[in-house]
Write a protein that binds this ligand. Structure first.
Ligand code: BES
Ligand code: MN
Ligand code: ZN
Length: 498
């Protein structure tokens, strides 16, 4: 999608489609509709009176040859209630416009910005919304939606030239949304096309392209490092595991903090010997969404250049069942030395994360953030809408929550509390790898946290939010790439950027 600013009086812009939004409850037309010349506004006023145009969220009204405009068409998108409007809603409204126009075989649009000097965040939101909406999970279809892609997005400032802030917003939005779509591509791949080896190759290719340092460890190194928990999961698969390490070390960053981003990279989760029911098992190709998302964050920050050191660690393996597979009752010795009794081989995510967290500390990380499709229980609690946040450091949890609000991604803090520790005690080892049905997302999170040592740690359970089960007006069904924007925002707000 080509992105460019257009500076001219709005009435004189000759474009196939000019896009404005209007609010629901305002007596007169309001929103960017107000920026249009009076004769078009009068026409829209008539439609409002007839209730043909209501301003309800994502309602799309397309007018041809609008009076007083050089544009061939005018699209008015509903933006909902004015009091509820914010940049998160703006992102969605822009997305809804893109998906509406794509559906009609239109490939070019000009978006009217909020004012002559639009804020950075608002330009960013529009660009993100447009690029995220212009995506379909259709790589393997012979008739692809891709033929409908939007080729050009113009951003109309009005009479004035775009400000520095507006230019920065465009760049930021493009980089972040492209990184999020990269994550969606990785997550969408079926497991026969996204093995641990292929995920590692993708990480290495991304790192090379964006000038990051990348190291890939294989089975021998994983065993040599005594990653007994990671290896326990990996040993049952014919596909060799990979430990992916990507480093971002800007010269102008202070030595601390070093932020460790640890992402679960199970390229397929059968459940192992504690095999899953077959009904929705195909969804387990997405069990590497946490790892993919961390790689996307690295792609974004490599371009946005915040002054903070970051290391991504992604333990990648399948969780299979075979003659070599680990079994319920087995005891594994993790890299930290802690022993783990396996009560359920389907609780594999916490095992690979355990060793990855120990390794991240060994690499010098002073803050740990992990993201994982860890539990079905978090989906029961929060559905597909909200990511569960857990952590040992309220300061860092608060930073994550604040960044999530700024990035328009929903998160909710869940408790960690020593009283739950009883649930994952083992009779014969230091820990058991399950804590029972009740509070399953909490005991899973706390198990992972046991391997963060004294390092401040935040855990994001994205089992629900990795995937959108239904088609939204502004977003295709399928992988979401969430919560990439939150983590990018966290790193930018921590240390600035270009
Ligand atoms: N990958 C799953 C969790 C999951 C479920 C992610 C549904 C996305 C959608 C995880 O490895 C798992 O199997 N968790 C078990 C843990 C249980 C055995 C303690 C679960 O949630 O049932
Ligand atoms: Mn599992
Ligand atoms: Zn899993």
């Amino acid at each position: 999608m080509k992105l460019e600013f257009l500076s001219a009086p709005l009435a004189q812009l000759s474009t196939p489609i000019l896009v404005v939004y209007s609010f629901e409850d305002a007596a007169a037309a309001s929103g960017t509709v107000e920026r249009l010349p009076a004769d078009v506004r009068a026409l829209l006023g008539e439609l409002q009176t007839n209730r043909e145009l209501t301003g309800k969220s994502f309602e799309c009204t397309l007018l041809h040859r609008p009076a007083g405009l050089a544009a061939q068409r005018l699209l008015v998108v509903g933006a909902g209630k004015k009091q509820k409007f914010n940049d998160a809603q703006l992102r969605r409204v822009a997305g809804a416009a893109v998906r509406y126009l794509r559906g009609r075989g239109l490939h070019e649009l000009t978006w009217v910005l909020e004012s002559d000097d639009a804020r950075l965040e608002s330009v960013q939101a529009v660009v993100e919304g447009a690029i995220l909406a212009d995506y379909d999970a259709d790589r393997y279809r012979t008739e692809r939606e891709a033929e409908r892609r939007i080729d050009r997005l113009g951003l109309a400032t009005g009479d004035a030239a775009p400000s520095e802030a507006a230019r920065a917003g465009l760049e930021r939005g493009r980089i972040i949304a492209e990184a999020q779509n990269f994550v969606r591509d990785l997550v969408n791949e079926p497991s026969n096309c996204m093995t641990p080896t292929i995920l590692a190759e993708q990480a290495a290719a991304m790192a090379k392209r964006f000038g990051l340092d990348c190291q890939i460890l294989g089975p021998d190194e994983i065993r040599e490092l005594k990653m007994g928990a990671f290896w326990g999961v990996a040993q049952g698969s014919e596909e060799p595991p990979r430990l992916i390490v990507v480093r971002y070390t800007p010269a102008d960053a202070p030595p601390a903090p070093v932020i460790g981003l640890v992402g679960k990279g199970i390229t397929f989760d059968t459940g192992g010997i504690s095999i899953k029911p077959s009904e929705n098992m195909h969804e387990m190709k997405t069990d590497m969404a946490g790892g993919a998302m961390m790689l996307g964050v690295m792609q974004a920050i490599a371009q946005l250049k915040p002054r903070v050191r970051v290391i991504a660690v992604v333990p990648a393996t399948e969780n299979m069942l075979s003659g070599n597979a680990y079994k319920p009752g087995d005891v594994l010795t993790s890299m930290s030395g802690k022993t783990i009794e396996i009560l359920n081989t389907d609780a594999e995510g916490r095992l690979v994360l355990a060793d990855a967290l120990t390794y991240a500390q060994q690499l010098g990380c002073t803050v740990l953030i992990d993201a994982a499709t860890l539990t079905g229980a978090v989906m029961i609690a929060l559905g597909h809408i909200t990511t569960g946040v857990f952590g040992s450091s309220q300061e860092w949890v608060d930073r994550v929550l604040k960044s999530a609000a700024e990035a328009g991604e929903k998160m909710w803090q869940m408790p960690v509390d020593d009283d739950y520790r009883e649930q994952y005690k083992s009779l014969i080892a230091d820990l058991a790898n399950t804590g029972g049905r009740y509070g399953g997302a909490i005991t899973a999170a706390m198990f992972v946290g046991e391997f963060a040592g004294n390092t401040p740690w935040v855990h994001l359970d994205i089992a629900g939010t990795r995937w959108s089960n239904d088609e939204k007006p502004f977003l295709a069904k399928g992988p979401t790439g969430a919560p990439l924007r939150t983590l990018v925002q966290l790193l930018l707000s921590h240390a600035g950027g270009e």
